[in-house]
Design a protein around this ligand. Structure first.
Ligand SMILES: Cc1cc2nc3c(=O)[nH]c(=O)nc-3n(C[C@H](O)[C@H](O)[C@H](O)COP(=O)(O)OP(=O)(O)OC[C@H]3O[C@@H](n4cnc5c(N)ncnc54)[C@H](O)[C@@H]3O)c2cc1C
Length: 506
């Protein structure tokens, strides 16, 4: 029989999704409690309106990808939470979808792919792009490393393509997703599909050509996604021409809608300011927060793994991976069209010289998500992201303060983009330990963790959240929804669902 009394740790998007899926699919007699340590729900998702103009600043995530299982789940949630009318979609033909840039070595370089002519010009003018393209042509002829357990993204790309590609485009991409170091992150845990292509087809390019035969989802998940598409045909049709999307009031609008829905349900209790301090596994599970205690027959932990390690120190590898700290500076100028180019923004590879403030990338928010402000087309909005793995050696007191971050960001924008105006509104934040880093060997470590949870906690503990298999909101949501459905659909008395099942199949 599925559990009857769930306690979910953490009220970020992973915890909220798990609670929502349980609430919709469990019998109404099932008790669901969600405990969040801070005074708000949403975790790293935070959309704030500032100043008289109520300009929208995203302090964490800002855009969602419209493809894959995670997108299917989010869009279905959006439909059921009456958010469809608030979806802001950016079309595939818009500049934000077509134009992406690198800053290397001392200027913006448009990446080929979106627009043919500027793309070709870039290839001709930039040796590193030409050399990367040449390495793509050569790759199918390079002997594969079969039965490779894992290696760094940098090693993999250098081995199959060349170090120029690893040091420029790929390192920049990794800054954009993980704020991480391409030389330390695991290829198998970050870009599993391309890792598999070498193992199965002997080459990434051959694998790409055959990608139709290489399913991205298990059969079970594919038929789930198909049924979500079938149920929300219009929404999925819109997504075919969409490059990325968000909501009218930012991504936090999704969080508010989930929270409101959960609060209206009698069998669900969700609480902020409840920091879980201790878990006692006896006949029942006792959960102690700073304030109260709760009973459960199943715990779903969606808190970062280093936090779970404080509660269950005997579980292996919860603290093995560090999480990087990222500085986020939002700036809005009181005039539109100040940018020298139109596009999503630019990323900065680790080999770009003269990057004293460790800038990872800059998002052109007024192009990337143009219609979220009440006054349309009045501002130029940017977000500058700094730090990440570059901050790894700093201690707590060494992080730049908010004023320093602002002046570093403004100086960067002057130098890179030639914008010398005074900002109308700005905001700076340091997000400590915000993105987990899947270091080499992560997959094998998760296998050990999976079996340790099975052995020690049997059917009473599952884990989810960004620490395990995917940091994007799409991944977090898909994993939590899958976990909730697996727990409820588990009629097999012996089956144990830890949330890490994929390590058994692959
Ligand atoms: C700056 C930034 C930009 C990003 N941009 C994007 C983007 O554009 N697109 C995208 O898809 N993804 C993006 N991401 C990634 C994505 O936002 C996160 O990976 C995702 O939100 C993580 O959600 P989560 O619920 O797993 O974890 P969290 O958001 O970390 O939530 C965990 C929650 O647990 C709580 N908690 C911790 N310890 C305890 C305890 N002991 N008891 C109770 N509660 C506890 C925390 O307070 C927190 O609210 C970005 C992330 C950052 C930081």
């Amino acid at each position: 029989m599925p559990p009857q009394n769930f306690v979910i740790l953490g009220g970020g998007i992973s915890g909220l999704t798990a609670a929502w899926y349980l609430a919709r699919n469990a019998p109404s007699s099932t008790k669901i409690t969600l405990l969040e340590a801070s005074d708000r729900f949403g975790g790293w998702i935070r959309s704030t309106r500032v100043g008289e103009e109520r300009i929208l600043f995203e302090q964490g995530p800002r855009t969602l990808r419209p493809s894959g299982l995670g997108a299917g789940v989010i869009l279905d949630m959006a439909a059921k939470l009456n958010l469809t009318g608030f979806i802001h979609a950016v079309g595939k033909s818009e500049p934000a979808a077509r134009n992406r840039y690198l800053y290397y070595p001392d200027h913006l370089v448009q990446l080929p792919g979106g627009n043919l002519l500027p793309g070709l010009k870039s290839v001709v003018q930039n040796k590193f792009i030409l050399s990367s393209l040449y390495s793509v042509l050569r790759e199918p002829f390079i002997k594969p490393f079969k039965n490779l357990d894992d290696e760094s993204i940098h090693n993999f790309i250098t081995r199959r393509f060349n170090s120029t590609l690893a040091d420029t485009l790929i390192s920049a991409l990794v800054h954009g997703i993980y704020a991480g170091d391409v030389r330390k992150l695991s290829i198998k845990s970050t870009f599993k599909r391309i890792f598999d292509m070498e193992q199965i087809y002997g080459s990434v390019i051959k694998g790409t050509i055959n990608s139709k035969n290489l399913p991205t989802l298990s059969q079970k998940d594919q038929s789930w996604l198909n049924s979500l598409c079938e149920e929300n045909k219009d929404l999925f049709a819109l997504m075919i021409t969409t490059s990325l999307y968000s909501f009218a009031n930012g991504i936090e609008q999704l969080v508010h809608a989930i929270v409101n829905d959960l609060e209206a349900r009698e069998n669900v209790t969700i609480k902020t300011s409840h920091h879980v301090k201790e878990l006692k596994f006896g006949k029942d599970i006792e959960v102690y927060t700073n304030d109260m205690s709760f009973n459960a027959d199943h715990i779903i932990s969606t808190i970062p793994s280093h936090e779970l390690a404080n509660l269950l120190p005997e579980l292996p590898y919860l603290t093995h991976n560090p999480s990087v700290t990222v500085a986020v500076v939002n700036i809005a100028y009181g005039r539109p069209n100040l940018l020298p180019v139109k596009g999503f923004g630019y990323l900065i590879p680790h080999i770009t010289p003269n990057n004293p403030y460790h800038v990872l990338g800059v998002v052109f928010d007024s192009d990337a998500m143009p219609h979220q402000d009440y006054k349309k087309d009045k501002y130029t909005k940017l977000t500058i992201m700094m730090g990440g793995h570059y901050y790894n050696d700093l201690s707590e007191n060494d992080y730049p303060n908010k004023d320093e971050l602002l002046s570093q960001a403004i100086e960067t924008i002057e130098k890179h983009l030639g914008i010398y105006s005074t900002p109308l509104q700005c905001m700076a934040q340091i997000h400590k330990k915000c993105i987990p880093q899947y270091y080499i060997g992560h997959y094998s470590r998760m296998r050990e963790l999976h079996y340790a949870i099975k052995k020690k906690y049997g059917k009473r503990l599952s884990v989810g959240g960004a620490s395990y298999f995917g940091v994007s909101i799409n991944d977090c949501v898909a994993n939590s929804a899958r976990l909730a459905l697996d727990l409820l659909g588990n009629d097999d008395e012996k089956a144990i669902i830890t949330g890490l099942e994929r390590v058994e199949v692959e």
